[in-house]
Design a binder for this molecule. Structure first.
Ligand SMILES: Nc1ncnc2c1ncn2[C@@H]1O[C@H](COP(=O)(O)OP(=O)(O)OP(=O)(O)O)[C@@H](O)[C@H]1O
Ligand SMILES: [Mg+2]
Length: 310
């Protein structure tokens, strides 16, 4: 069973301006399983925020379907077990961290005793218990974002939507937020994370989708998106041996200090190369698929797409 599901989800903003309508989300089909940390990646203007707004009923859907916990966004019960930290969220600066938690709890219709209990636990979870009584205006951006994460969890939701939770935060603050995301995952919650920061998503997400100009261009585990299936590094005592690879199998890219790098037409052919090396009594220490960073995969995925207007 999927906790989030969309089928051909499309959102067209009617701007009424000369430039016409904006297709912000264009036929997106995706599925998120319970307990997953799912990262939606894409450049500015790709449609990430619109996608989340459509799922949460903040903006209407032009066509296609969306389901959260099996219910469409038009049903308020679909948001019963959902937490949300919007993009660039500014909380009332005169509230304290604890005050914000109480305010959010009341908005969710929770009882005072329940709010009090959960607020303390959550402020601890985000390492903000020491600052619970301090006004938000005195918080750093990282601290405000951590309290924002805590308020998104006040009603003990099954799913939390986080829209760019680390945007504009320094590396130390980002690391702290990553740590909080890990703790949220450990509690078995599903996390839907919007980001244009690839290294962030790479560090925390189980699965990733890349959105470009409203369209999904790639989906998979971080592993799927970073392993080049056909490129291998073979660590072996090749030394001066001449190893020719027939063109129908692939080619040798280079000889390295450790061995050699090969690109194969079919990943299965790696066995033929291993057989050949062993036939010559060459000792093999390891055979590993080569990785590219998520950033390289991202650039490849969006390479054909012209720059979107932000
Ligand atoms: N209310 C709106 N009316 C008209 N167009 C909009 C509206 N909101 C967003 N858009 C347009 O829809 C497209 C997608 O925007 P969206 O904010 O969803 O992208 P994003 O991926 O979240 O970008 P960012 O990384 O900058 O947050 C953009 O072209 C944007 O200009
Ligand atoms: Mg956005």
């Amino acid at each position: 069973m999927n906790i989030i599901e969309t089928r051909d989800l499309t959102k067209i903003y009617q701007t009424g301006l000369k430039k016409g309508n904006v297709v912000a989300v264009d036929g997106v089909t995706l599925e998120v399983k319970p307990g997953e940390v799912f990262g939606l990646l894409g450049p500015n203007g790709a449609g990430k925020t619109t996608f989340v707004k459509a799922l949460l009923g903040v903006t209407s859907i032009t066509s296609g379907e969306a389901l959260i916990n099996g219910l469409p966004p038009s049903d308020p019960l679909s948001r019963d077990k959902v937490g949300f930290l919007p993009e660039n969220c500014r909380f009332p600066a005169h509230l304290t961290g604890l005050g914000l938690m109480e305010f959010s709890g009341r908005l969710c219709g929770m009882k005072e005793s329940e709010i009090d209990q959960r607020s303390r636990k959550l402020l601890q979870l985000v390492d903000m218990e020491k600052w619970a009584g301090t006004k938000i205006r005195k918080y750093s951006k990282g601290m405000a974002e951590r309290v924002g994460l805590a308020q998104a969890l006040i009603s003990d939701p099954d799913i939390v939507f986080l829209d760019e939770p680390t945007d504009g935060i320094d590396p130390v603050g980002k690391k702290e937020i990553r740590e909080v995301l890990r703790r949220i995952r450990e509690q078995g919650k599903t996390v839907f994370l919007n980001s244009h920061l690839l290294s962030e998503v790479e560090a925390v997400a189980d699965r990733v989708a890349i959105l470009s100009r409203g369209k999904l261009v790639k989906t998979g585990t971080v592993e799927d998106l970073t392993v080049r299936a056909s490129q291998y590094e073979i660590e072996a005592d090749i030394k001066n041996e001449r190893i020719e690879i027939p063109a129908e199998i692939g080619q040798r890219v280079s000889i390295t200090a450790k061995g050699m790098i090969v690109v194969l037409n079919d990943p299965e052919s790696i066995n033929q190369i291993i057989d050949e090396l062993r036939l010559r009594h060459i000792s093999i220490r390891s055979v590993q698929p080569m990785r590219q960073t998520l950033e390289q995969s991202f650039f490849e995925a969006v390479a054909d797409e012209p720059e979107a207007e932000a």
